[in-house]
Ligand binder design. Structure first.
Ligand code: LLP
Length: 451
């Protein structure tokens, strides 16, 4: 579900024509539908309501503060993987108890920031839960916590790696099953050796299902295995208070329809309910399901080139603005923002069946073979300065954008009904170069001898 629709041949985000936004902020630009974000959040919360989960939005999928505030206002927590994301969470007003901190490379400074997350508020508390994978991380968090006298709570991550839709990412299921079994055994040993520490209290389990999953049953069977683990851990004297179900849920790609939050809840809730009734807290960590469909990238046509049989539409967005096609061969539906009535798309399938379409590659301005947004697509005829929208870019779109070839980061606009707010200004060359313009000399007096 999303609120990007063609009205009289004109793409609108909720009630605002996308072209009007593009003309005011320039292109390339990311445009988000606030009511789509809110509705995705609401559907997930409703589906799992019986288990009263904390829904910790995965900031890495789309980090804009305007979006974080919108979700925090609706009760969302956040899943972070860096000090920068912690900082964003604090600015967005997310309370510490609703922050979970994953990621395998936490530095001393980041662990300290997490433990003192709410130090300036009355509660004086750190974040809710660290997520860790190795004894070294446990030792590290415990050492920092001991030094500042604030204890942290942690969950151990286990990876069922449920099989994904994208064929290029698919792993043989026997390999996955064997790795998962090892992970479960590893978890039991981990709790045996690291399960008792007053400064890093290991009291949760974190299941990361994988990414872009389009099957519900493998998630349920992974959960069954983890519930067995929880029972064995309890018998061994460990308390598991928290269970995270992290990420993974797929979204519609092309014309294929992914399972809905209600489908997941139908399979997972009956398994979870007895644990929740016994006092277990459930944390969900969605990224893509909340953000992907809520954003488009709008870009304008610069040149149209023909090279032999291939037509290239050169636009002002590229791998620097949307990396997913270059990095994962991801397919995003691309279509002009203003079209004749006969060219209003039927759905988001890459090959639309209608007369008068031309096949083209949509490519960026950087001279690299990976700099493309779509290949071999049938599109209505376009001309210089026409606008194209790249759909389902809300997640891992702007978040993965970069300044490669000294191109400023694109602006971001958040729409609510008929109101559009710039939630990230277009970056200027001055912003972009500000850290370089402050060049300063370092103290390099120390001498080393060559022997
Ligand atoms: N929780 C944890 C611990 C994660 O590692 C992730 C994503 C999520 C939650 C959110 O997962 P989601 O619901 O968005 O699938 N750059 C890739 C996606 C990488 C996902 C990494 N982990 C892409 O563009 O498809």
């Amino acid at each position: 579900m999303d609120l990007f629709n063609f009205r009289d041949g004109e793409l609108c985000c909720e009630d605002v024509p996308v072209a009007d936004i593009a003309h005011q902020v320039g292109t390339p630009a990311y445009i988000y539908s606030g009511n789509t974000l809110a509705e995705h959040f609401r559907r997930l919360a409703n589906a799992f309501a019986a288990a009263d989960p904390v829904i910790c939005y995965s900031i890495k999928s789309c980090a804009n503060l305007g979006i974080l505030r919108l979700l925090a206002d609706r009760g969302a927590g956040v899943d972070v993987v860096s000090g920068g994301e912690l900082h964003r969470a604090r600015l967005a007003g997310v309370s510490g108890s609703k922050v979970v901190y994953a990621g395998v490379g936490k530095t001393d400074a980041e662990v300290r920031e997490a433990l003192t997350y709410s130090a300036r508020s009355a509660s004086g508390q750190g974040i809710g839960q660290f997520v860790l994978e190795t004894p070294a991380e446990r030792d590290h968090i415990a050492a920092v916590a001991r030094a500042i006298g604030i204890a942290g709570h942690a969950s151990l991550r286990i990876n069922p790696e449920v099989q994904r839709r994208a064929p290029e990412l698919t792993i043989a299921s026997e390999t996955v099953a064997a790795a998962f079994k090892q992970d479960i055994e590893h978890a039991e040993r981990f709790f045996e050796h690291c399960g008792h520490n007053e400064f890093c209290k290991l009291d949760g389990l974190h299941i990361h299902f994988g990414s872009q999953i389009d099957q519900v049953e493998p998630c349920a069977s992974a959960l069954r295995a983890v519930i067995g683990l929880i029972e064995r851990l309890s018998q061994a004297g460990h308390t598991i208070n928290t269970l995270h179900l992290a990420g993974g849920l797929g979204v519609d790609v092309d014309a294929a329809v992914a399972p809905t939050p209600a489908d997941y809840a139908e399979h997972l809730l009956p398994l979870l309910q007895p644990l929740v009734d016994d006092g277990l807290s459930l944390i969900l960590e969605p990224g893509r399901t909340i953000a992907a469909g809520a954003g488009v990238l709008v870009t304008s046509v610069q040149y149209i080139r023909r090279d032999g049989a291939t037509q290239y539409i050169v636009v002002d967005a590229g791998m620097h603005t949307l990396l997913r096609p270059a990095l994962y061969d991801a397919r995003h539906f691309v279509w002009p923002v203003q079209v004749a009535p006969m060219h209003v798309p039927h759905d988001r399938a890459p090959d639309q069946d209608m007369p008068g379409l031309d096949t083209a590659d949509v490519v960026g301005p950087i001279s690299e073979s990976a700099d493309f947004l779509a290949r071999g697509r049938k599109l209505p005829p376009v001309a210089r300065d026409d606008l194209l929208a790249v759909f389902d870019c809300g997640a891992y779109g702007s978040a993965l954008s970069a300044r490669y070839t000294t191109r400023p980061l694109p602006p971001e606009v958040l729409v609510d009904g008929s109101t559009a707010t710039v939630v990230r200004e277009p970056e200027t060359y001055e912003n972009l170069l500000s850290c370089e313009l402050k060049a300063r000399k370092l103290d390099t007096q120390r001498r080393v001898s060559f022997s």
